[in-house]
Design a protein around this ligand. Structure first.
Ligand SMILES: [Zn+2]
Length: 102
């Protein structure tokens, strides 16, 4: 306590892109927490194993003294599990799923 938070890293949510014509993948920060601009970070080569290994704290290109944390955004739940379907049915709000289920 009492310590000034000069270098608290902000979260920077990324999406994985590959560069057409190359085997290089990038983490794309759509909105930098510091400058609001887009930044790219090399995530690795398509042949190398796990781009997730390059996530984590990196220096922000716009402010080298202030790192940010590359992180995957929380995923929106699009696919509802069986529990959800059952609940939906009970509520009587039947979408298309029941046809799928037969
Ligand atoms: Zn920036």
């Amino acid at each position: 306590m009492g310590k000034k938070e000069r270098r608290t890293p902000q979260m920077a949510y990324v999406t994985l892109r590959d560069m057409p014509g190359t085997r290089v993948m990038f983490w794309v920060v759509d909105a930098c927490p510091y400058c609001g601009e887009r930044h790219l970070h090399v995530a690795g080569n398509l042949r190398t194993a796990d781009p997730g290994e390059t996530l984590g704290e990196v220096p922000a290109p716009c402010q080298p003294e202030r790192p940010y944390i590359l992180a995957l955004p929380p995923r929106p739940k699009r696919k509802a599990g069986k529990e959800e379907r059952r609940r939906a049915r009970r509520v009587g709000k039947q979408d298309d799923w029941d046809e799928e289920l037969g």
